[in-house]
Ligand binder design. Structure first.
Ligand code: OOG
Ligand code: NI
Length: 462
């Protein structure tokens, strides 16, 4: 047994998140520009909204705000998905949720690797939306076999990363030196490679089938395709992007602007055209590929199953009325329609709590603490809130939304990306490839809320 203490997984995750951000800023300078804009807007929001400032302090989100980001990758095989799960586990990141993108014309299914407990999220909220290509959805059999053969040949993990994953599994952790090396080795998997693994003709064939298929199959690894900082005012960032030379996608995905944000609103700038070298090219002879972009997100309250049903229903009604997904030309009408339908979603914290639409944490107020130990035993939490003895703050939604994710994918896939896949979602198959069942996000929010309630009541002597 070694005497060197293990580094906490959260610390490794924070190190990895910082290293990823530095690498991506270096590879995609526009991401750095976006980060600067987001930081300016966030500062402006905090300076002008004392209540927001207080809420972020209460929920301990203030410190993590600048650390906040998610990224996304797309892997090609069951084996890659299985190993990436083990890699993320070293950093305390576990698969939460199942997202089926096939109904929206994207031939993947996905999960999000993230920390599970609020104390760990506080240390580093970094998440990675991870998609597995569904080769079975390629209808051209010869191309499907060729793609499978190409993928079977590549190795996306370094020997060093594999050795340290194993060491972590055997020892139950990594010491500081190993953790440091692990971060460097893991980074290699997410790096951009200019050299493709296929000829230009192979690339074209894959691309003609679906741009996403070319993106996954034609390269040496699952390059990180975007990183996403969290903003406190996505409308302001969307509006200010053009002045910084960044062109945003047509509409912000997710719920409309609200006083109390719910779930997740997202927008992105379009993927950049980058030079790549196919195996039949050399020297100055280059091809091109669009893959990498930048995204921003504004996170709001995690919704209960009841709240989520209402959200899904109102979003579907909006899309029905619009006759499909929004486009550049009907963006204004889309926002108006969205707002109209979402007027049915309460925008008051107490109402959200009483209607059981969102998850909350509970904090005794100074007034409540002054009465600690004197409350009648049958006092309910609703009474405590209404009397002003307890204040409530919504729990941040840490996950993703399939319709929004499809919108982010599509905006970066160009016009030929809108294939329709009718095959059923296959969570069982995904979980078999992954090597475990995905964690239910609802249960995590529920547990956090219950922990908070128990601690609040104990403090009040109830
Ligand atoms: C993932 C797109 C989804 C999000 O934030 O919803 C996503 C991808 O393009 O690989 O990142
Ligand atoms: Ni994203």
């Amino acid at each position: 047994m070694s005497n060197t203490p293990f580094v906490s997984p959260s610390q490794i995750r924070a190190q990895f998140s910082a290293a990823m951000s530095a690498m991506y800023k270096n590879e995609v300078p526009l991401y750095g520009e976006l980060m600067d804009l987001v930081s300016d807007v966030n500062q402006h929001c905090l300076d002008n909204d004392a209540a927001l400032h207080q809420h972020l302090a209460n929920t301990q989100e203030l410190a993590r705000l600048d650390e906040e980001r998610h990224g996304a990758i797309r892997v090609g095989t069951a084996n890659e998905l299985h190993t990436i799960r083990r890699l993320f586990a070293v950093m305390g990141m576990f698969p939460v949720g199942y997202y089926d993108l096939a109904p929206a014309g994207v031939p993947v299914h996905s999960t999000a690797f993230r920390a599970l407990h609020e104390d760990e999220l506080k240390q580093s909220p970094f998440r990675v939306f991870t998609s597995l290509l569904r080769l079975e959805l390629i209808d051209n059999e010869a191309l499907r076999d060729e793609a499978a053969a190409i993928l079977a040949r590549r190795r996306i993990f370094t020997d060093g990363a594999l050795a340290l994953i194993e060491k972590h599994e055997q020892q139950g952790g990594l010491d500081a030196a190993d953790a440091e090396q692990f971060v460097q080795e893991a980074l290699e998997t997410f790096r951009w490679h200019t050299d493709a693994t296929v000829t230009s003709a192979q690339y074209d064939a894959l691309h003609d089938q679906h741009r996403l298929i070319a993106d996954v199959v034609a390269f040496k690894g699952p390059h990180i395709n975007h990183l996403t900082p969290r903003t406190l005012d996505i409308d302001a960032v969307q509006e200010q992007m053009p002045a910084r030379g960044i062109s945003p996608k047509a509409v912000i995905e997710g719920p409309p602007t609200r006083k109390h944000p719910i779930l997740l609103r997202q927008t992105s700038f379009k993927a950049l055209n980058e030079s790549v070298r196919f195996t039949d090219q050399d020297g100055a002879d280059l091809g091109s590929h669009t893959a990498r972009f930048g995204e921003i997100e504004q996170r709001g309250a995690a919704l209960t199953a009841k709240g989520r049903d209402l959200y899904d229903q109102l979003l579907a009604a909006t899309r029905d009325e619009m006759g499909g997904a929004p486009t550049e030309s009907n963006a204004q009408r889309y926002y108006q329609t969205l707002e109209k339908h979402f007027s049915a979603f309460p925008d008051d914290l107490t109402e959200l709590f009483k209607d059981e639409l969102a998850y909350f944490i509970f904090t005794p107020t100074a007034q409540g603490m002054a009465k600690a130990g004197q409350f009648p035993a049958n006092t309910t939490i609703t009474q405590l809130i209404e009397q002003g003895d307890v204040s409530i703050d919504a729990i941040v939604y840490e996950d993703f939304l399939p319709v929004s994710a499809a919108g982010i994918f599509q905006s970066n896939l160009g016009d030929n990306g809108a294939a329709e896949y009718t095959q059923l979602s296959n969570q069982d198959l995904f979980e078999r490839d992954l090597g475990q069942t995905v964690i239910d996000e609802q249960a995590l929010y529920q547990e956090q809320s219950e922990r908070s309630l128990a601690s609040c009541l104990t403090q009040l002597g109830l």
